[in-house]
Design a protein around this ligand. Structure first.
Ligand SMILES: NC(=O)c1ccc[n+]([C@@H]2O[C@H](COP(=O)([O-])OP(=O)(O)OC[C@H]3O[C@@H](n4cnc5c(N)ncnc54)[C@H](OP(=O)(O)O)[C@@H]3O)[C@@H](O)[C@H]2O)c1
Length: 279
């Protein structure tokens, strides 16, 4: 892909183009702000035209180079349009961050099968479809792909079955792609995010598929969205295979790798003592 885009902003990503799915809000929006601040042109994405337009205006007003594309990333044709937005606007694509996701607050026993599918699809096909559409362009520039996962994919979390399964699948997908495309020079990495502050309007699905506020998490356990976005940028810059955010995340990884029964005991004890944390 030849670069018809000439960068407006200096920085380590000057002249590069990034797509960040689900960047109309939350961590995706802050990651867009950080990557664009480093010089990238960023294609913003989401399903809600009004919210996407607000985010676009906000970032453009800060002097950042952004375009936006409304697209449901579980729809392959929409993902092709999303990638086309990058190519028609800037002539190339260097970085893909698959961040869009629906989460849940529902026990498996109660969950409608269709809700399970919706959450799983958003986390698995919501990464697979943008990647399939973007890959020819990323191969041309030895680009970078980051799948946004969660520390809950490192073990499992009661009330998060479809979400955890989908996020865990991304780690295996990244690993397999690293092996299949070892010669391509494309970076495939996963960022396992821990508890992070949320936009007040963030919603997850309950067992019947209704949007509900996310379960309460003690603020002192949460990173800011800006902190997480900076870590995602460091992950992309260093082309890391895996980044696990927060001391808690690294502890979960260690305990569940070396002492899985102890890990399960801690989770089960916390389910009894901190029910609100899960429900
Ligand atoms: N916040 C945390 O504590 C935390 C912890 C671990 C991992 N993460 C991960 O970090 C990422 C961002 O989370 P967040 O907290 O910033 O959540 P968020 O505020 O809900 O942002 C997710 C974005 O994805 C969009 N989206 C969902 N499904 C989509 C689809 N099919 N097509 C296009 N856009 C879609 C949402 O828009 P709609 O309004 O259209 O749904 C929303 O803009 C997610 O992958 C999440 O799993 C977050």
């Amino acid at each position: 892909m030849s670069g018809k885009y000439s960068a407006l902003r200096p920085g380590p990503l000057a002249g590069q183009v990034a797509i960040i799915t689900g960047s109309e809000s939350g961590i995706g929006r802050e990651t867009a702000r950080v990557l664009a601040g480093q010089g990238a042109a960023v294609v913003l994405n989401g399903r809600c035209p009004e919210r996407l337009a607000r985010t676009h205006e906000l970032l453009a007003a800060e002097g950042l180079t952004v375009v936006s594309c409304v697209a449901d990333v579980t729809d392959y044709a929409a993902c092709q349009r999303l990638v086309e937005a990058a190519i028609s606007s800037f002539g190339r694509l260097d970085i893909l961050v698959t961040n869009a996701s629906i989460s849940q607050r529902a026990y498996f026993l109660d969950m409608q099968p269709e809700v399970f599918r919706q959450v799983l699809d958003s986390n698995v096909y919501g990464s697979v479809f943008p990647l399939k559409a973007a890959l020819p362009h990323l191969l041309a520039v030895r680009g970078s792909v980051t799948f946004i996962s969660s520390i809950s994919a490192l073990n499992g979390m009661p009330s998060g079955s479809a979400y955890c399964a989908g996020k865990a699948a991304l780690a295996n997908l990244a690993h397999t792609l690293r092996l299949e495309l070892a010669e391509s020079g494309v970076h495939f990495g996963v960022v396992h995010i821990g508890f992070t502050q949320n936009d007040p309007e963030k919603r997850v699905l309950d067992a019947s598929g209704q949007p509900v506020p996310i379960a309460h998490r003690p603020p002192r356990w949460q990173k800011t969205q800006a902190e997480v976005a900076t870590i995602i940028w460091q992950h992309i810059r260093r082309r890391r295979q895996r980044t696990v955010i927060s001391a808690l995340g690294r502890l979960i990884l260690l305990v569940h790798t070396l002492l899985p029964r102890l890990g399960d005991w801690v989770v089960l004890t916390s389910v009894r003592r901190l029910r609100k944390f899960y429900e």
